[in-house]
Design a protein around this ligand. Sequence first.
Ligand SMILES: Cc1cc2nc3c(=O)[nH]c(=O)nc-3n(C[C@H](O)[C@H](O)[C@H](O)COP(=O)(O)OP(=O)(O)OC[C@H]3O[C@@H](n4cnc5c(N)ncnc54)[C@H](O)[C@@H]3O)c2cc1C
Length: 386
Amino acid sequence: MMARDWNAMAEAEFRTILRDFIAENCPSELRNVRLRMPPDQTMPWYRALWNAGLIAPGWPSELGGMALTPERHLVYIDEMEAAGTPWLHDSGVRNLGPALIAFGTETQKAEYLPKIAAGEQIWCQGYSEPGAGSDLASLRCAGQIDGTRLTINGQKIWTTSAHHATHCFCLVRTTSDGPKQHGITFVLVDMQTLGITVRPIRNLGGEDDFCEVFFDDVTISTDCILGKRDDGWQVARSLLGFERIWAGSPRRSMKALGELNAVIDAVGLGDDGLWQDRLVQAEFDTLDGQDLYRSFADLVSTEGHVGTEVSALKIFSTESFQKIAEWTLEAAGQGGVVDVTPTPGKPAPTFTWFESRAPAIFSGANEIHRNILARRVLGLGLETAK
Ligand SMILES: Cc1cc2nc3c(=O)[nH]c(=O)nc-3n(C[C@H](O)[C@H](O)[C@H](O)COP(=O)(O)OP(=O)(O)OC[C@H]3O[C@@H](n4cnc5c(N)ncnc54)[C@H](O)[C@@H]3O)c2cc1C
């Protein structure tokens, strides 16, 4: 596969390449489906993206990525959203990939990155535990090290896609000495390892998208430690930084705005002053969200990391999405609550409203991000957990 310089070509050409590719390779039954479909349905599309060098917009080109500038990345999102391409099981590409690139040994990079990009491995994130969500550093899932073996015992919860995953990147406590952020180790676990039990949890929207995961004497090699033993907090925080950019992506608001427009047209509110105002507000917020996203994504490409200010992006973007979803439901009136299950290509205001609840919770709840901004950015000296 020839690496192309996607940033050098004109935007119109880039858009045409993407549009033509989507038209040829993404079948209509995968388009505009609001639920995340199981991997056996979406993997052919994932692999088509990989074969064309289009799966990893943020990775460097020498690792099979597109090395897109933030500006181009937004165009990429825009085209994928406009065509209604499906939500993929891509936590490996999106979250783990950048952490592997930053902290992995050459052996780990060679072992995992090509398989992640090619869709041979599906990764889930084992951070949260009962009693350790916002206060993540309180996690208790134990990792006992004995020579070159590491044995895991404990439980994770809210693990998205664990029931489909082949692998889990996971935080375990390898020592309780010192501050609670110390003694956490970041491990890469094959989900086929003996002793792992996965139990799906049904969410508000009726989907089984996240799970409980139980580890019962799960023994892996210490070669599966990413970064230094007992210093996994550093890896986890770097990964959360990238994840928060993703969580702050304007993608959801862009999609919800399209739905708000469609509903306002459908119910004939287009000439109503209140709804015109709201539409303009929603458009401005979405544009502001795009600008904010662009500036944080720019920091990643120039400096390789983002600071705690990224919390502002996460809050703004997720709360804009919630506001647009609320307005869409209100505009739809009674009709909005009839179709809870989304039909491809049609607005589903209730489903979108359900959907808009979760981003304010995952990747750190927004209250926690407000604490982070208050303490670490504004220096207000408050207690914060994550
Ligand atoms: C859709 C979805 C997918 C998820 N996927 C994953 C995943 O793949 N892997 C994973 O590891 N986790 C995942 N999570 C879990 C997520 O990271 C946690 O839900 C989140 O960190 C909050 O933790 P908690 O649920 O334990 O809530 P708690 O920490 O118990 O918080 C409950 C409430 O109290 C508030 N609160 C807590 N502490 C403070 C404080 N100090 N100051 C002010 N308010 C506070 C919170 O903001 C929240 O509103 C997912 C969650 C959701 C909703």
